[in-house]
Design a protein around this ligand. Structure first.
Ligand code: SF4
Ligand code: F3S
Ligand code: FES
Length: 248
């Protein structure tokens, strides 16, 4: 079945912009990105939209559809009724470059702030041995396609630019957790999680988990276990005693 769909697409740049209305043909089996490509081909050749794989794996096509953060290539047109106006806007947490393309360099900055995997100095590559259970735990986090939808959604930085300095966001707190849980990593990442990456600002609302296209249990499997490790350190009487004595 084909029909003429009604779309509102945000057009503009870092100086400002507005929603514009378009009527675009929609065909059976299409996703929102197909419609945007048709819009580019027939009415707005200069419409900026970032994409690569069209298979939900490169993480490039993140945007907001009817206010919900989603991948353009994985959102089927069949989830909307033919008479529904579909509104497509850029991710709100990052500065707009043009139209649907945002500057996501905040995330690269945060990625660089996490020290890389550090195995014991006397362990040569090829000598790494891990329990399957430990492999599986980090495997879930490594499904991340870096779409930054979780970073875009978290209320700590959404509409709060002032928190960006102190908060790495769910994606990079998850990276800290992944490395902290790694049995061969020798860096103590618990203090940095709280003090440098802003774990304490997360109040486990789980919005990040809700929008993750890879269905990673970011909150339950990464953020909460990390918070537990921070709490254990703080309230463990032996740790408290050790700290008190060392301060004297
Ligand atoms: Fe995207 Fe999920 Fe990775 Fe966040 S954790 S960047 S939502 S794939
Ligand atoms: Fe933000 Fe996710 Fe925590 S949405 S507040 S990082 S649970
Ligand atoms: Fe690669 Fe959508 S184009 S995830």
């Amino acid at each position: 079945m084909s029909y003429t769909g009604r779309f509102r697409v945000w057009r503009g740049d870092d100086d400002g912009g507005e929603l514009r209305d378009f009527d675009v043909e929609v065909n059976e089996g299409e996703v929102v990105l197909d419609v945007l490509h048709r819009l580019q081909a027939t009415q707005t050749p200069d419409l900026a939209v970032r994409w690569n794989c069209k298979a939900g794996k490169c993480g490039s096509c993140s945007a907001e559809i009817n206010g919900r953060p989603r991948l353009l290539c994985m959102t089927r047109m069949s989830v909307f009724t033919p008479d529904e106006v579909v509104t497509i806007t850029p991710m709100r947490t990052f500065p707009v470059i043009r139209d649907l393309v945002t500057d996501v360099s905040f995330n690269y900055t945060k990625a660089r702030e996490v020290p890389s995997f550090t195995p014991p100095a006397d362990l040569a590559p090829g000598e790494y041995r891990m329990q399957q259970m430990d492999v599986e735990r980090s495997q879930e986090f490594r499904k991340c396609i870096e779409c930054f939808l979780c970073q875009n959604t978290c209320h700590v930085v959404r509409d709060h630019d002032e928190n960006k300095e102190a908060f790495s966001g769910p994606r990079y707190l998850m990276r800290v957790a992944e490395l902290e849980m790694h049995p061969l990593d020798v860096v103590d990442r618990v203090p940095a999680a709280q003090e440098e990456h802003g774990l304490g600002l997360c109040n486990i609302t789980k919005c990040c988990t809700d929008v993750c296209p890879e269905h990673i249990q970011i909150t339950d499997n990464a953020l909460i276990p990390m918070k537990e490790r921070v709490a254990d350190r703080r309230y463990d009487p032996l740790v408290w005693l050790g700290r008190t004595i060392s301060r004297r």
